[in-house]
Design a protein around this ligand. Structure first.
Ligand SMILES: Cc1cc2nc3c(=O)[nH]c(=O)nc-3n(C[C@H](O)[C@H](O)[C@H](O)COP(=O)(O)OP(=O)(O)OC[C@H]3O[C@@H](n4cnc5c(N)ncnc54)[C@H](O)[C@@H]3O)c2cc1C
Length: 385
């Protein structure tokens, strides 16, 4: 049997995945829709985040042991949420990808009961990996430094923006290790760990106001001589571990862009009876965008069958699909605004909110510019040694 077929979910898993996505859609169309405006403006939807966990939105991609689960259904759940509220959809990704870190850590302190509480939404977690991803792509230096000490490390530094945080939350983060190197000569060495917000030496600091996504509980995380020991380690050294999870990390994030795009298409159809006679002269009409979105879904579902594949061409394809999701979200949100006209220019309009959400889809790491840089680097012909 091929690796692809082995990783395909069973018929039973597929039935339960469909039920999970339907339960998430019911939440999205009900309480989540009612809360979307407040979430955009600053209210953190904690109870909804936990209800989504109870509905199963954070567990589909977690297979038994270290095996991958059903990534496509996890992406679909995130898209259902993002279709209605991009801010909550983004936090679904934060929670899902943090679950992936815990599962893949293989650390008994972070798997077992701890992982179960996370994927059921009883505990909430975050990801502070924008800076390391940009550091690995040569865009900026690593902001956290770990100094080896008795039984672990002391970590110092500040991450400027981490979402889905709270006093009793935690985040998967990475620090450069000072004075230690990988066996590969001269290579830097990093440690990835779970940062508990209530631990000594951890401070949550206010961020400036954003143009959207204000209810995402986004804080700066400042660490001062913060101790991490065996119970916090996700991967040490981190580099080979990151190579295993990076495609899954990026693939999961596509649910955010796919959902924002679908929400924009929905709002174009909503004004069609009244404005179709003049909107027919616009570009990026809803039927055209829907066809492009459906084709992108198909591509992402195929990529989701092998989220831990290591081949370079596969990874380039994942980066390209993620970039396509961003570009499509931007185009769809802008076209929805043109379709809606002045009613979409009201501050209270979901069409207006979605324009700002689509901007975040395109700038959150990996941003479009970051994705294109990585695709260019990986596609460059290899120099003979
Ligand atoms: C609402 C929101 C939520 C976010 N949530 C998360 C999260 O959950 N996890 C996570 O890891 N990252 C998060 N980020 C960070 C995000 O993924 C990007 O890394 C970030 O927006 C910077 O990317 P960039 O492409 O602008 O960086 P670049 O354009 O490459 O800029 C490089 C660096 O310059 C600095 N910089 C530029 N402008 C400013 C400024 N005005 N103020 C301070 N520093 C600046 C930053 O350090 C930035 O990373 C969030 C950002 C925002 C706005």
């Amino acid at each position: 049997m091929s690796a692809v077929l082995e990783e395909r979910p069973s018929a039973t898993a597929t039935d339960s995945a469909a039920a999970m996505v339907a339960a998430v859609r019911a939440l999205a169309d009900g309480p989540l829709r009612d809360a979307a405006d407040a979430t955009d403006r600053g209210t953190y939807p904690r109870a909804l985040m936990q209800a989504l966990g109870a509905a199963g939105a954070y567990r589909a991609h977690i297979g038994p042991g270290a095996a991958p689960g059903d990534f496509a259904s996890a992406i679909r759940a995130m898209a259902e949420v993002s279709r209605v509220c991009g801010a909550t959809g983004f936090m679904v990704w934060c929670q899902q990808v943090c679950g992936l870190y815990l599962q893949q850590s293989g650390n008994p302190a972070l798997t077992g009961e701890f992982l179960q509480r996370h994927i059921s939404g009883q505990q909430l977690g975050a990801t502070g990996m924008s800076n390391p991803m940009k550091a690995y792509a040569g865009i900026e230096p690593l902001l956290l430094k770990a100094t080896p000490c008795d039984g672990g490390y002391r970590v110092n530094g500040t991450l400027p923006w981490v979402s889905n945080l709270g006093a009793d939350h935690y985040a998967g983060v990475l620090a450069g290790v000072e004075g230690l190197q990988d066996s590969q000569q001269g290579a830097s060495r990093e440690v990835m760990f779970l940062l508990r917000c209530d631990a000594p030496g951890v401070e949550l600091r206010n961020c400036p106001s954003f143009s959207a996504m204000e209810g995402t509980n986004t804080w700066a995380l400042r660490l001062t001589d913060h101790f991490i020991g065996a119970d916090e380690i996700i991967a040490d050294p981190a580099k080979p571990w990151i190579a295993r999870i990076r495609a899954g990390f990026i693939l999961l994030q596509t649910g955010f862009g796919l959902g924002v795009t679908q929400g924009a298409i929905d709002s174009m159809w909503a004004v069609e009876p009244a404005l179709g006679h003049v909107n027919q002269f616009l570009e990026d009409r809803p039927d055209e965008l829907q066809a492009e979105l459906d084709a992108l879904w198909e591509r992402i579902e195929t990529l989701s069958l092998t989220p831990f594949a290591q081949e370079k061409d596969y990874f380039i394809d994942v980066l390209d699909a993620r970039a396509h999701a961003s570009e499509l979200a931007l185009r769809a949100a802008q076209s929805a605004l043109l379709h809606a006209g002045a009613r979409g220019y009201l501050l209270s309009s979901d069409v207006q909110r979605r324009v700002r959400e689509s901007h975040f889809v395109a700038i959150v790491s990996p941003a479009i510019k970051h994705l294109r840089k990585e695709i260019a680097r990986l596609s460059a012909p290899e120099m003979p040694t």
